[in-house]
Design a protein around this ligand. Structure first.
Ligand code: GLA
Length: 730
């Protein structure tokens, strides 16, 4: 059994809770109070059938142990003729109807013009750790099945299946995955991730005020600009180590929406799911729509434990292979060295050099296919350029493998350049409205993957590539967002389904490819971090965090990333300087920043000095010794790179608390301003640890108590100083 590492208090609580869990089923229906109790490890969520026969969320928080604490739920009264019961009663899955003025989960137009849905409880089914509650409109056979699953890490997954059981077609105008209600009150804060290309996952925290704050993507993918994750803390402010934090994330890589709302009666509620923008989904009689999953969790030990619990959950239940999957291999990617000027001798030269420093996977990036000499041509033509590789890829792959590495390849399957054989043959395959211009971005158009023939073509092209070549890994890129989302081949009322079907088909291609090639691994890239979410992470092994590989910028990008996502999935490369923002940082600093996730190297190795190779070799060897702790351990964010001091630190602790790794970086030093001792976390106070720095210049033997309370002295001087330590239980 995996024993999670928490401070002692939690450990005792968890042990107590796990013995309680033996006593009670994780999901129970209490007939007296008509309450569903969902226990997810240290978290309980409860949903009641109220006196109006509606589903009312009554609790989401720390684990409760006494079922009798739940009393029958009563709908709110009409506060005023302007605030009806429908709007003031918390609803688990609110239909727009009956006087609802807050965000609905479901909005429907029926063919007779009726636009009113009131959902009432019908039946339910509990099977182990899953629950299905069926609700139905009061007049029409419009049914919604609400599905729940509880996970031991304190996470609850929900999604809805909406079925048209009427005799006529209807149109869904909003189909959300679900909602979260925190205890009524004021003073809550919202934490979320915003950004831009080359500046993804920037963490921001702000007060929640009355009104609605919407985070969303209308771009056809997850987006660089916002990420489908949120956390709410309060009313007392939480910190990294204490306080109440509710969080949630959508598993969806298409248009998504998270609305955080504070009602006029101080109810903070979150509604999350498919974006309602340009959304209209017709359902014929008998048809259903299944929403993406929404994952919700809670921590009463601040943001740090909220992240760690979610990371543990991802490693076990989201990432392909789960707990059996190995740490990520160290990869080399030739993009920044050669860009599209790839050929066999040049790649072999780089591969030989990469092998000397301990790289395990060699990845050739863009430029190997079709007429791809610049970004003006070639996308769509997924056959090997005979000009660049006269004998195909086999000789290169053989040499890479002879050097002890496996081989990976870049693809951008969803795209087409107008200058390509594919586009010349199938101009109608690009997304477009027939009588309107087709907007190019990076000289490319986006294929309408919602079409079945396009989906089949892309699957076949990739399948052929992977079947004919010994490819262990694909870097799957997507370098633009959707414009002109037309689908002229289907009826106008069906065309808006493109948004949903596009993403479903991307998933379907990846799933089918992996099923047929079980050893194939995939990285999700969209011009860096444009497609990072729990939907893509259930089917890809890692993500390209950002095209921005500047180490200092990366510290903030990486910090934001780790709020929702586990460091194992976070690819971080060391690259050349000056970076594209003009900054130069020492190679050592770049390594120590990149080693805080899954390490990759993207330098032009032809330019490296003997000293660079020696340093890289040492760093890679050291990383191999600790990556298990970094990728499978618990992350503690000790000092934030957002702090104006310029000091940042992270710590990773193995599941048994016997090993730990610490990274500390200092952007710039002000003479005389000390960096205080770094107080560690997550250790066993009673255990004695041997501490050694990466340079073997400093070592000490100290108790966990001392390391956590007195802290570790740091000797960081100068600009871009960086160090790392290992801890090992004695
Ligand atoms: C995107 C990716 C890069 C690289 C280029 C190739 O920008 O994020 O890492 O693969 O495409 O064109």
């Amino acid at each position: 059994m995996l024993v999670p590492v928490f401070p002692m208090r939690t450990f005792v609580l968890c042990t107590l809770l796990s013995s309680l869990a033996l006593a009670a089923d994780p999901i129970r229906f209490l007939p007296a109070s008509k309450t569903f109790v969902l226990d997810a490890g240290p978290v309980t969520s409860a949903i009641a059938i109220n006196n109006n026969n509606e589903l009312q969320p009554v609790y989401f928080g720390p684990r409760l142990w006494r079922d009798d604490d739940f009393k029958p739920a009563v709908a709110s009264r009409e506060w005023a003729s302007f605030d009806l019961s429908a709007a003031t009663t918390p609803k688990e899955y609110a239909g727009y109807g009956g006087g609802l003025f807050v965000e609905p989960c479901l909005k429907v137009t029926l063919p007779n013009g009726v636009r009113d849905v009131v959902l009432k409880y019908q039946s339910h089914e509990i099977k182990g750790d899953t629950l299905e509650i069926r609700v139905k409109d009061i007049s029409y056979d419009l049914a919604v099945s609400l599905h729940y699953r509880v996970f031991p890490q304190g996470v609850i997954r929900k999604h809805a299946v909406i079925t048209n059981r009427t005799a006529a077609p209807l149109t869904l105008e909003s189909a959300q995955s679900g909602s979260l209600h925190v205890p009524p009150g004021e003073g809550y804060r919202l934490t979320y991730l915003y950004g831009r290309w080359a500046g993804e996952t920037q963490m921001i925290r702000e007060d929640i005020h009355p009104g609605v704050k919407v985070m969303e993507s209308r771009r056809g993918n997850t987006s660089h600009q916002a990420n489908p994750w949120f956390a709410i803390d309060g009313p007392e402010p939480a910190s990294e180590i204490s306080g109440r934090v509710w969080y949630g994330a959508l598993g969806w890589s298409g248009n998504w929406r998270v609305a955080v709302e504070q009602s006029s009666h101080q109810q903070v509620r979150v509604t999350a799911g498919l974006n309602t923008f340009d959304f209209a989904h017709s359902l014929k009689p008998g048809e259903s729509l299944e929403t993406p999953p929404l994952y919700l969790g809670f921590s009463d030990q601040g943001f740090g434990e909220a992240s760690r619990a979610f990371h543990r959950f991802q490693r076990e239940f989201i990432f392909p292979g789960g707990l059996t999957s190995k740490p990520r291999p160290i990869l080399y990617n030739s993009w920044e060295a050669t860009e599209m000027n790839v050929n066999e001798p040049g790649q072999v030269e780089l591969a030989k050099k990469a092998a000397t420093i301990g790289v395990e996977r060699f990845v050739m990036d863009d430029g190997w296919f079709g007429a791809r000499d610049t970004d003006h041509a070639g996308l769509g033509d997924w056959f090997v350029s005979r000009k660049k590789f006269p004998n195909g890829l086999k000789p290169l792959i053989d040499q890479v493998k002879a050097l002890g590495m496996d081989f990976g390849l870049w693809v951008e399957p969803e795209m087409v350049n107008p200058d390509s054989d594919l586009y010349r043959a199938h101009p109608d395959w690009a997304m477009h409205f027939p009588d309107r211009p087709r907007t190019t971005a990076r000289n490319q158009l986006i294929l309408n993957l919602a079409r079945n023939d396009v989906k089949e073509y892309i699957f076949s092209a990739l399948d052929k590539l992977v079947t004919e070549n010994d490819i262990a890994f694909l870097k799957w890129d997507m370098n633009r967002n959707v414009s002109e989302p037309g689908w002229p081949e289907v009826a106008p009322e069906e065309q808006k389904k493109l948004w949903l079907q596009y993403t479903r088909n991307v998933y379907a291609i990846i799933d089918r490819l992996r099923q047929k090639h079980p050893r194939l691994e995939i990285e999700s890239c969209s011009g860096g971090g444009g497609r990072i979410d729990l939907g893509i992470l259930t089917r890809t092994d890692q993500v390209w965090t950002s095209d921005n590989t500047d180490a200092l910028d990366r510290l903030k990008i990486q910090e934001g990333f780790t709020y929702p996502y586990a460091p194992k999935a976070m690819m971080a490369w060391v690259t050349d300087v000056p970076n594209f923002n003009g900054r130069s940082t020492p190679l050592r600093f770049r390594f120590l920043v990149a080693m805080q996730g899954s390490l990759g190297i993207g330098n032009n190795l032809n330019k490296w000095s003997t000293e660079d190779f020696a340093l890289a070799k040492k760093m890679v060897a050291w990383y191999k010794g600790v990556r298990e702790i970094i990728q499978h351990g618990q992350l503690f964010r000790l000092a934030s790179p957002r702090d104006p001091s310029g000091f940042a630190a992270t710590q990773y602790v193995s599941s048994d608390a016997k090993k730990s790794v610490v990274f500390a970086t200092l952007h710039s030093q002000q003479y005389g301003r000390i960096v205080p001792n770094l107080r560690l976390q997550g250790l066993n106070a009673q255990t004695v640890y041997k501490v050694a720095d990466i340079d073997n210049r400093f070592s000490t033997v100290e108790s966990g108590a001392s390391l956590m309370d007195r802290g570790l002295p740091l000797r960081l001087t100068g600009d871009y100083a960086a160090t790392a330590f290992t801890l090992e239980a004695q």
